[in-house]
Ligand binder design. Structure first.
Ligand SMILES: *Cc1c(COP(=O)(O)O)cnc(C)c1O
Ligand SMILES: [Zn+2]
Length: 442
């Protein structure tokens, strides 16, 4: 049941309290609060394409013990239970890379697999944080099949978490990404994959069609508040470890979800008041030649400037960090990346494969762990920013290493997920064909 109130602006804090949970969802259009059913991806009251936001009753953040994993940040996660086995991002102050770049206050937040630093993210990237938050948000009696489209890291993360916690999952992935489905545990039969002979966008389209069939459930990507706040834990980790809201935040982006999440976390932390009142500048990077967000931002265009499908496909083929190749990012809508960049005075960076590979080597040699290809793009952006003078020596800088420690882990992984079906683009056009997919879960 959806309760809906329309409080005055000054009533903002009352939302969750009135509803008797530790959080409520807020409509981006009218500002009204409603109770979360664990599934909502859009406002029940207003026809708005904007992003729902979770508003938490506790206005000051208290962090739980490390053994709670990601859920040490549960005060500010839109979840109804705490799942065992998760790992929180790890933040530490850089010495070697910081020195090389001439920076005095560089804080690295690492999500990945790096036992020496107590970083235990099994699937190697911050997509696992999203997967834990999304699954912990679902109603306990959920029997619908979660549908997730992914070109790699998201698929691996959701497969791992859903398998461990008995959440039925259908992955829709482009065939080229099958090699990303490596695991350290045998997966439960509640996880199935369909491979598409096409690209990531084809997979997104098929996933959209499947999730409209009764019994399936769209995960929602950036629209899912759990996904954003699950990713926002990176920023919470950075701030609680360094003791202050940073001046700058660097991340490689595809959908923009992670950067929006950092921005939203910054708003909450400023309201909290215990971490200073800085407004963090978002520095976002993409891998050239596929840089639609960077180009649009430089032109100050709220409409995403994407070029033709063929052009985009060609650019995507060239880039090394494939997980950044999202053609439908959360950029234009209310609460999306364009707004976050505008409010934060953000900057965009186009990083070539060459720059990314130099950055990867620097990071590996200086910090002692391999960054994922996307994370190397963020390191290269920081290098550009230092060069340009966009950051200063004593600024507090948060660098989000969104994935790492994967190289060996991938090679040594004993298990794979093989697709239950492989389909051509357009093969599953009619509803009867889509319904066939339901039988996979019979
Ligand atoms: C998905 C991903 C990104 C990009 O994050 P978005 O939230 O989609 O912008 C960056 N790095 C890694 C390792 C990823 O898997
Ligand atoms: Zn509304």
């Amino acid at each position: 049941m959806i309760k809906h109130t329309t409080p005055q602006r000054t009533d903002v804090r009352k939302g969750p309290e009135v509803l008797g949970r530790h959080y409520a969802l807020r409509c981006p259009e009218c500002g009204g609060f409603f109770e979360d059913d664990g599934l909502a991806l859009e406002s029940p009251c207003c026809q708005s394409a904007g992003l729902l936001r979770a508003i938490y009753a506790g206005s000051s953040l208290s962090v739980g013990p490390p053994e709670d994993g990601l859920f040490r940040f549960r005060d500010w996660l839109p979840v109804r239970r705490q799942l065992p086995g998760s790992a929180a991002p790890v933040t530490y102050r850089s010495t070697a890379l910081a020195e090389r770049l001439g920076l005095g206050n560089l804080w690295i937040t690492f999500t990945g697999y790096w036992p020496e630093r107590e970083a235990w993210t099994q699937t190697g990237t911050f997509k696992e944080n999203e997967a834990y938050a999304v699954c912990a948000r679902l109603p306990e009696k959920n029997d619908r099949v979660l549908v997730v489209a992914s070109a790699g890291n998201t698929a691996r993360a959701f497969a791992h978490v859903c398998s461990r916690h008995d959440v039925p999952l259908l992955l829709v992935i482009p065939e080229f990404a099958l090699e990303q489905l490596w695991f350290y545990e045998e997966l439960s039969p509640c996880v199935k994959a369909v491979a598409v002979q096409g690209d990531y966008t084809d997979a997104i389209q098929l996933a959209g069609a499947v999730s409209r069939i009764p019994g399936f459930l769209s995960e929602g990507g950036a629209r899912n508040v759990a996904r954003r706040d699950g990713m926002g834990t990176t920023f919470l980790s950075a701030v609680t470890e360094s003791g202050t809201i940073p001046d700058h935040y660097f991340q490689a982006i595809g959908s923009g979800t992670g950067a929006i999440a950092a921005w939203e976390a910054g708003i909450r932390l400023r309201e909290d008041g215990a971490w200073g009142d800085r407004t963090t500048r978002l520095h976002v990077a993409q891998n050239s030649p596929f840089v639609p967000i960077i180009k649009s931002w430089e032109m100050q265009s709220r409409t995403l400037l994407l070029g033709s499908g063929q052009e985009a496909r060609g650019q995507i083929e060239e880039i090394g960090a494939k997980v950044l190749a999202n053609r439908t990012p959360a950029y234009s809508m209310a609460g999306g990346l364009f707004e976050a960049m505008t409010r934060s005075g953000g900057e965009g960076y186009a990083v070539s494969n060459r720059e990314a590979s130099v950055a990867s080597e620097w990071f590996g040699n200086l910090e002692g762990i391999d960054p994922s290809p996307a994370a190397a793009v963020a390191v290269a952006a920081l290098m550009q920013a230092v060069e340009k003078g966009s950051v200063h020596k004593d600024d507090v800088i948060s660098l989000n290493i969104t994935g790492g420690g994967i190289r060996h882990r991938k090679l040594e992984a004993p298990y794979r997920l093989r697709p239950a079906r492989t389909v051509g683009v357009g093969e599953l056009q009619d509803e009867d064909a889509l319904l066939e997919l339901k039988k996979l879960f019979a």
